[in-house]
Write a protein that binds this ligand. Structure first.
Ligand code: NDP
Length: 246
């Protein structure tokens, strides 16, 4: 039976590539979108034209009750979740001087609380079935910090603390928990950065001299989802063109 993969934020740049890759490998792929996202239907239609029959559920990952309800519905209509990719995320960049509580809270809730909200309803089932993969999409800026991103860097660093702690708890149960920390990937989130900043400040910091591709991150998600990755847990895997080496 095909394993079920739940990818949050699958209609975004990175999430879409992850959905496509996992579907191509035979997973039954389910994704989420923000309630009120008016493009969900047309995205599903476009994917169908390309041969991908994804299911998508509205879910505000920053809201505990919404996440529980979403997972319950997925489990009833598709089946238990075997692979969870916590991918949904936002940025609200500003210097700490300008950082206000709403922009701090929005980023913490969407990037970090969401990991708790989505993992909570799937983890016990993975443990009971003796197999599971939890993959948290963090960021290079959670590893090294970034100007104007106290909120985002804190949330993304927090994700990896969660990864390591949960990895200990489920290590003997066939469930792995890992973090991926992408550098700058050419998705809308990055293309929204003014091109002058990209050209003069960001790309020069990347030894490979280019942005990453969503498919490159999707390939890493596919590996961590696989049987072959059964011995990889509690890891934080960088994929950043050499921008930050640890
Ligand atoms: P996008 O902005 O393209 O996609 C983000 C996705 O998150 C969207 O599908 C969006 O769904 C979803 N989302 C946002 N808020 C919520 C919410 N409250 N509830 C449910 N879904 C939500 O970003 P990317 O694809 O570029 O980024 C994906 C992940 O990768 C993020 O976590 C990001 O931080 C991380 N990352 C990205 C990098 C990059 O260079 N692009 C680098 C490092 C990390 P909807 O549109 O329906 O709101």
């Amino acid at each position: 039976m095909a394993r079920v993969a739940l990818v949050t934020g699958g209609m975004g740049g990175l999430g879409e590539a992850v959905c496509i890759k996992l579907a191509a490998l035979g997973y039954k792929v389910v994704t989420t979108y923000s309630p009120g996202n008016k493009k969900a239907e047309s995205w599903l239609g476009q994917m169908k034209e390309q041969g991908f029959d994804f299911r998508a559920y509205p879910c505000d990952v920053s809201d505990y009750d919404s996440a529980q309800a979403c997972v319950r519905q997925v489990e009833q209509e598709v089946g238990p979740v075997d692979v969870l990719v916590n991918n949904a995320g936002i940025t609200r960049d500003m210097t700490f001087k300008k950082m206000d509580k709403p922009n701090w809270d929005a980023v913490m809730k969407t990037n970090l609380d969401s990991v708790f909200n989505m993992t909570k309803p799937v983890c016990d089932g993975m443990v009971e079935r003796g197999w599971g993969r939890i993959i948290n999409i963090s960021s290079v800026n959670g590893q090294k910090g970034a100007f104007g991103q106290t909120n985002y860097s804190a949330a993304k660093a927090g994700m990896h603390g969660f990864t390591k702690a949960l990895a200990y708890e489920v290590a003997r149960k066939g469930v792995t928990v890992n973090t991926i920390s992408p550098g700058y990937i050419g998705t809308k989130m990055v293309m929204d950065i003014p091109s002058e900043v990209l050209e003069t400040k960001i790309i020069p910091q990347i030894p490979m001299g280019r942005l990453g591709k969503p498919e490159e991150v999707a390939g890493l998600v596919a590996y961590l989802s696989s049987e072959e990755a059964a011995f990889v847990t509690g890891a934080n895997i960088a994929i950043n063109g050499g921008q930050h080496m640890q």
